[in-house]
Design a protein around this ligand. Structure first.
Ligand SMILES: [Zn+2]
Ligand SMILES: [Zn+2]
Length: 244
């Protein structure tokens, strides 16, 4: 079955995301847009995933808990997990690797942790818009140990992307999926980087505002909508994909 997805969304926990991007609101907007599968991927944190998963279960939409991890090299990596426990364990693994720089809410945003009713439960005190103290070479294995899959985010972007940082997508990392933004020239990228002819080329919104969550646009061919099916597809078992 064709499952329409958006696997890269930020909530109000991300310092650069809008305050309206609450777990409740973002799931409801994705449901209104008739998406089948979404992922919550805040910068360097999974702490709004518990609320988002609770809302998603009520809304009948599959939500994968995740994180957009910023590596030492300033490369953004989307990391997705099959279940909340795995994501929160990965969050506990990453948290000590985030530099101890306090957030300045007036400058960067208030980094809100909410429950499923959008009630504030905490503010994240560390600034999340920093590079974690972990190199890109360590990340695929680390994510796999928690049962997850990772892929480089928005590789065509001029900042915080693997191509911007390294100028290549080294085969040694064994990536089995890649995200290319809507503005990326897929054909040109495929000519230059052979890996991109072999793996699913994901298209997600990277939404920081509710109105940026895209409607049905990109799909994966999956046997069902379970998180495990998504992870299998992104881990070398992709039966088909499309991007509009
Ligand atoms: Zn990013
Ligand atoms: Zn992002």
């Amino acid at each position: 079955m064709r499952c329409y997805y958006d696997l890269h969304l930020h909530s109000c926990l991300s310092p650069c995301a809008d305050g309206d991007m609450t777990p409740y609101n973002l799931v409801q907007m994705a449901a209104l847009n008739e998406l089948d599968i979404i992922a919550l991927t805040d910068h360097n944190s999974c702490k709004n995933c518990p609320a988002a998963m609770e809302v998603a279960a009520q809304a009948g939409i599959t939500l994968l808990p995740g994180m957009e991890l910023c590596t030492q090299e300033e490369i953004h990596m989307v990391c997705l997990f099959p279940a909340l426990e795995a994501a929160m364990a990965f969050d506990r693994f990453i948290y000590p690797l985030i530099p101890d720089i306090p957030n300045q809410p007036e400058a960067f945003g208030s980094q809100q942790i909410l429950n499923a009713r959008d009630e504030l439960t905490a503010h994240e005190p560390k600034l999340l818009a920093t590079a974690a103290n972990i190199g890109i070479g360590q990340i695929p294995d680390a994510v796999r140990q928690f049962g997850g899959v990772c892929f480089p985010a928005h590789i065509d972007r001029a900042s915080y992307s693997i191509l911007a940082a390294l100028g290549d997508i080294p085969a040694e990392y064994g990536f089995t999926a890649v995200e290319i933004s809507a503005r990326g020239d897929v054909a040109a990228l495929q000519r230059q980087y052979p890996l991109l002819r072999q793996v699913p080329l994901l298209l997600s919104s990277d939404a920081h505002y509710l109105e940026d969550i895209h409607p049905r646009r990109a799909w994966l061919e999956l046997p069902d909508r379970a998180p495990e099916a998504v992870l299998r597809a992104l881990n070398g078992g992709c039966a088909g994909f499309g991007r509009g």
